[in-house]
Structure formats: C-alpha cells, structure tokens
Ligand binder design. Sequence first.
Ligand code: HEC
Length: 390
Amino acid sequence: MSRTESKTWGVMAEFESVDGILHAAAEVRKAGFTRWDCYTPVPVHGLDEVMGVRPTRLPWIILIMGAVGIGAAQLMQHWMNGVDYPFNISGKPLISWPSAIPVTFEMMVLFAAFTAFFAMWIANDLPRWFHPLHHKPRFARATNDRFFVAIEARDPQFDEQRTADFLRGLHSGSVETVEMPAGSKKMPTGLARALVVMSCAALIPPAMIYNARHEPSGDPPINLVPDMDDQAKFRPQGETPVFADGRMSRPSVEGSIARGELREDTAYWTGMQGEIFIAKVPSSVKVTPELIDRGEQRYGIYCAPCHDHTGSGNGTVHQAAVLLAELGKATWTQPTSLHDERVRGLPDGDIYNTIRVGKTTMPGYGSQIPAADRWAIVLYVRALQASRQQ
Ligand code: HEC
C-alpha cells in the first residue's frame, strides 16, 4: 500500500442512550470480538462488566516494584556504608537496616511512582499522536450526548461489510467506516522540534559542570544572594570594637549559674564541711545497688587503667609506665593500693576529693566525671575494700 493511500482502521456505530450502548456492548462481546471499545460522554455503570473488561493489574505491578525499591535501597546502603566505604560514626553499627529507613522509604515511593506512571502509559498504548476516531465529525458528540462502539480492523473476526451490518442490526443510529490516514503515526513536527530544542537545552547544565571541573577558575564565585555568606554576626574567636576587651564572645556575667548547677550543698560538691572532709557519703545521695553498679562501671572506665580492677594499683597504665621508667624515659609513682590501711581509713569526702582534683601524681577527674558518678565510685571503692579484709 502506498503512503498516500489510507486504510480502514475499523467501524464505528453510534447509540443514543445508555441502554443502547449496554445492549450493543453485550452483543459485540457475545459475537466474540476482542479488539473493540466503547466511548461514552459520561461514566456508564456496569459497562466494564458487560464488556468483560478485567480489573487492571497495575496495582500489583506497582506493589512489586515498591518492594523492589525497598530491597534496592537496603542493599545499596548496606553496600555503601558497610562494604564500599565503611565509616565508623560513634561506634554505630556499619550495617543497620533501621538507619537506612528514610532512603528506603524514598526509593520505595520512587520505584512505585515511576512504575505507576510509565506502566500506565505502556498499558494504554501511549504516547499516541493521533486517534483515527478524532477525524470523524460525528465522533465529537462522544464528549456530549452520544455513545459509540468501535470495532477495530485488527480484530481477527473483522470484515468491513459484515461487521458494519452486524452493528446496524443493533439498532445503531449510524454506522461509519473509520479510515487510518497515511502517515498518521508520525510524531507531529512541532512536537519533534520542541523535543530537539529541549534535548539540546538539557545538555547545557552538564556541559557547564564539565567545564567547571576541567577549567578551574580563580575568580571569586558569582554570589547571587550574598547575605547568606556575608552576614553581620559575631564569631566565637572574632574581634569587635563594640566591647572594651575587643572580644566577640562574651564571658558569662559574674555569678551566673548554669541550670541545675547551683552548688549550695557544698558537702555534696566538694566532699568537705568547712575545712574537714565528710566521713560518709552525704545524705542527699540515695545509696542503692544500682548506684553501686554504676560506680563499678565508672570505676572500670576511669580508675582501673591505673588502679586495676581489684584496686591493688597494678593497672595496665602502671605496667607500661614502669617499663618506660626503667628505660629512663619517665618518672612514675605506683598508684596507691586502694586496700592500703591508710586509704581504708580515709573519710569518704577525701576519696571524693581525690577523684575531683587528684592527688600529687594522680590527675583530677572532676571535669570528666560528674559529681553523682564520683559518689557512685566512692561507694564502689568502699565495696572493693570490704571485699578484701587485710
Ligand atoms: C593515671 C593513673 C591513675 C588513674 C586513672 C587514677 N589514679 Fe588514683 N592514684 C594514682 C596514683 C599514681 C596515685 C598515688 C598518688 C601519690 O600518692 O602520689 C593514686 C592515688 C589514689 C588514691 C589515694 C589517695 C591518697 O589520699 O593517698 C585514691 C583513693 C585513688 N587514687 C582513687 C582513684 C580513683 C577512685 C580513680 C578513678 C576515678 C583513680 N584513682 C584514677 C593514679 C591514678
């Protein structure tokens, strides 16, 4: 067939009422046609069943692709964070599925949405530039007050004459043959041109990125919104003529107290009553088994490296320091045995004070260990001493 000739696309029949189209659809289906469709100005209830249209499988495809998105996101992040570039952040596990949830959610939505979009196009034979029915002036009423059935020529049962007669037999208002004009499958020229222009325009950003990466420039960046970079503000280590001392960061006003740090209870904070160490842990400390457990744990972290877990003063730091001292590279005093008769006799407040400010060669741990934990450690030291009678 030459390009200028048109061929038959199908046959269309017009009906005036919902009943007419329902009856016609039932008959067309009964006659065994498979390539046909109904066109109605309003949704017609029951038409799908009469036509034998199966419910769409699209939701299942979307569900499956959403699950694929979940799997892909988990695998991707496990591979990136656990295998390709393992990076220890505060000792968190490298592979942990809950931490990958945000990206997993996004990928699920992405896969499902793209599937819904593209599968819908494919399932509906889209994009289609043109539909032969639109060339029939009568067919315009399909959006207004007429109902149409069209049987396509590609239906195996199609025969132009017999199919038209069959439709006429269904009390149709009119039956017309629909032509497929030659060349109608071509993309409209205007659209083709627009696509070419858009594709070329889409190359500009990657070209700019390529250029920026391969031709570095010494010029300052073009700053469209300069107030983001350049703000009038005080920086921690900055200078300013506003204050007499020239510093931007201001020391806190004398006498200011951080929340919860009003240290009225001097015995609790310093372990001393006046000039004298308190004999026992202050009454504001509630002595519980949990507190002693806490003390044991803190002792293991802060004290055992020197005093060792039994308290005898043979910790790993001590052992290493002795070696250095033998080589003449350090001077070292052995940590006192906490079972020493003298230490047993020390008031609780003294031990607390030693933890807080240190003792000769033992550094103070006041800045690392909060007061509550210091008392917990004191309790644990007492427990250690009680565990071994000398
Ligand atoms: C860096 C090693 C080191 C660490 C850590 C350390 N100590 Fe000591 N500690 C020493 C040394 C050394 C001495 C002996 C100081 C001296 O007499 O010159 C000592 C002495 C002591 C004494 C005896 C003080 C006295 O009055 O004679 C006590 C009690 C004590 N430490 C408790 C602790 C507790 C509790 C911790 C944990 C918070 C701790 N130490 C952490 C090295 C350490």
